[in-house]
Design a protein around this ligand. Structure first.
Ligand code: MSP
Length: 649
């Protein structure tokens, strides 16, 4: 019979900077799932990759004085290295800058165009001229560019559109007929409500930058992010020109995605596939985010978020275990160093590590290091066996619901039950009684056998640990290490030689580790700052510099804030009345997150006084107050002691 297939994908990551621990979450989950499906007999295709086009990447590359290609090559190299360190078992890694992807995206574009689903129109959006970027209403909150904080303007440009609106009813039908298409359920309701409000056609090209796949019929345009990015799931399978792999694995069994990109995967992607007349993926799972106390993950918040540092200290299995056990996959969770260290100590060092080391030591001490022949059955045996076999039965349904923490909890039921079995049967007392040998043999055998079942069950999550356990229990790969073997108790080979190895997870001194991690974090920050200072002035940077003539066009003056109030229609904006020498002017600033009006009042600040006036949410702004942005993103005053009106040169 032909082997069942299983196609699983992660999102393709933006290589705008190195990935942090939050990014690794989805890939670790996908890896566990792929390994689980392989273990349970599937022919698995596990795809991951990088999403390398777009204006943001072009800009970041420029800021780093590199060409976009040089920049993405560097970061993608790091991402591939990270997955290698984390032993991610992907089958293919797609980069959207690869020829195979680019040519296929153009073919997809043409298919949709020829069908009449793509047309040329004009795109109107909020544009920031200095950043050359279009923003949506939500991004450009209060009419300010989210990157530079300057006002955006409404602009129109020619663009290609995909007729999303045409697929509105079919999408609703899809949600109705496939209750399991999107999980968790709450995300589904959100999507259905979104569709019911009416879908607009989707702009799929841009002509204001060129770092993208050219529109095949119009070289002035590049294909804009989502059409390019989402197509990766089928271009990697060879669609449309090499259909063999595609036919084998499509439709995908599971797209794993973060909650903020569920909409793209459950509205745009199915609509694109409908247009291409292709089957839809079977399931999209929108997982939660891993946050830091106080908000999003960032490198300067006192917790080590670089996965490589954590792996070097605690090992890849511990990190993978922590990520999948600590958090409920559908929901957000908070990452702290303490949570990581506590999990390692309690579940891995105390529960699992101790169980294995105690068992191996006792077999060495009481049976010459050989797995005994199971002897005399006794009290507690039935309960131990039942716990192990019942837990094993529960794993597959839990995994199919992406309940990784539930599956690990079930496995740890066995671990804890087995530890308790040691206390109940007291092998050290049995060992003192010459008549207790047959019972002692049974106890030691049952302990080793329960551990064998645990070792197979943890394979998808912590394959290194599983293999270390086999080495310690004298288990050869293939002998009781397959999935079918978790449903039988009593197949471990008697007579196998156990061998005590190093502790699977040495117990950590939490206080000391916390201090080490804190020091590492501080060291990293210091290195980063020094690195930034050292950056030589490259050719590109010199070319970017402005002339004195450019600079002198700007009039900077000291101004005193006479009064300040909140903008009546915009939460982020403050309106200040300034005295600049003889003149007064009104300035609107996007700093309400950092200062109260009272804190603004009375400050002597530096003001750009010759900007063209603009209206921000109906309020006139005649200049711009300069603020400094601190490392953590908060604004700080740039004050002057000079008299109001003094020129700043
Ligand atoms: N390139 C797009 C995806 C295109 S898929 C066709 C993208 N890239 S991303 O790099 O910004 O994000 C990739 C994934 O990382 C997303 O699923 C996102 O939710 C996830 N995460 C980023 N930070 C995260 C956490 N802190 N925690 C969990 N996942 C997070 O979006």
């Amino acid at each position: 019979m032909d082997q069942k297939t299983y196609y699983i994908t992660t999102p393709i990551y933006y290589p705008s900077s190195n990935l942090h621990i939050g990014h690794t979450y989805c890939t670790v989950a996908a890896d566990a799932m792929a390994r689980f499906k392989r273990l349970t007999g599937y022919d698995v295709m596990f795809l991951t990759g990088t999403d390398e086009h777009g204006q943001k990447l072009q800009r970041v590359a420029q800021e780093n004085h590199m060409s976009p290609k040089e920049y993405v090559d560097k970061i993608v190299g790091g991402i591939e290295e990270l997955w290698k360190t984390m032993e991610i078992s992907y089958d293919d890694f797609i980069r959207t800058t690869q020829e195979r992807h680019m040519k296929r995206v153009q073919q997809l574009f043409m298919k949709m165009y020829e069908k009449g689903d793509i047309y040329k129109g004009s795109y109107e959006g909020l544009y920031c001229t200095p950043c050359e970027a279009f923003w949506t209403e939500t991004q450009a909150k209060d009419g300010l560019c989210p990157d530079c904080g300057r006002p955006v303007e409404t602009m129109r440009e020619e663009a290609y559109f995909f007729r999303m609106s045409k697929y509105q009813d079919k999408l609703l039908e899809m949600f109705e007929n496939n209750p399991d298409f999107l999980v968790p359920e709450s995300r589904k309701n959100e999507m259905v409500n979104f569709i019911k409000q009416g879908l607009e056609d989707l702009c799929i090209s841009r002509s204001t930058f060129d770092w993208g796949i050219p529109v095949p019929i119009d070289e002035k345009h590049v294909i804009y992010v989502w059409l390019d990015a989402l197509s990766n799931y089928i271009t990697a399978l060879g669609y449309p020109d090499e259909p063999e792999k595609f036919q084998r694995y499509w439709p995908a069994d599971l797209h794993l995605v973060g909650k903020e990109i569920v909409r793209f995967h459950t509205l745009i992607w199915p609509a694109m596939l409908m247009s291409l007349e292709l089957p839809l993926p079977k399931k999209v799972f929108g997982h939660g985010w891993i946050l830091l106390e106080g908000g999003k993950m960032s490198k300067s918040r006192g917790n080590v978020v670089d996965p490589v540092v954590l792996i070097e200290k605690y090992g890849v299995d511990a990190l993978k275990y922590f990520l999948l056990r600590e958090y409920s996959f559908g929901q957000d969770g908070i990452f702290t160093n303490e949570a990581l260290l506590n999990r390692i100590n309690s579940d891995l060092a105390n529960d699992l590590g101790n169980l294995v080391s105690r068992t191996v030591s006792m077999i060495e001490k009481y049976n010459g290091g050989l797995i005994p022949v199971p002897g005399e059955e006794g009290e507690f045996d039935a309960s131990l066996k039942a716990t192990a076999l019942e837990a094993a039965e529960k794993i597959e349904p839990l995994m199919d619901r992406l309940n990784f923490s539930g599956a690990l909890e079930e496995i740890w039921h066995i671990v804890r039950r087995t530890n308790k079995y040691i206390d109940e049967t007291t092998p050290w007392i049995l060992a003192k009684d010459p008549g207790g040998k047959a019972r002692l043999d049974a106890v030691l055998y049952n302990l080793a056998e329960a551990i064998r079942i645990v070792s197979v069950l943890i394979l998808p999550f912590m394959h290194n640990t599983a293999k270390q356990i086999w080495a310690q229990l004298g288990i050869r790969e293939g002998e009781g290490t397959q999935w079918a073997d978790v449903f039988s108790f009593g197949i471990l080979r008697s007579g196998a030689k156990v061998e005590k190895g190093p502790a699977l997870f040495p117990r950590l001194d939490i206080e000391k580790e916390l201090a080490d991690l804190m020091a590492l974090q501080k060291g990293e920050e210091k290195d980063r700052k020094e690195e930034e200072k050292k950056q030589p002035s490259s050719e590109a940077e010199i070319q970017e510099r402005i002339s004195m003539e450019d600079f002198s066009k700007m009039r900077l003056q000291v101004g005193e804030i006479l009064s300040c109030k909140k903008h009546p229609k915009a939460d982020k904006l403050l309106i200040s009345q300034l005295q600049i020498g003889e003149k007064q002017m009104q300035v609107v600033s996007g700093v309400a997150d950092s200062f109260t009006p009272e804190e603004m009042q009375g400050k002597k600040v530096i003001v750009v006084t010759n900007l063209k006036p603009v209206k921000l949410r109906g309020e006139l702004s005649e200049g711009m107050i300069l603020f400094a942005r601190d490392e953590d993103g908060s604004q700080k005053f740039v004050c002057s002691e000079a008299a109001s009106g003094s020129p700043v040169k």
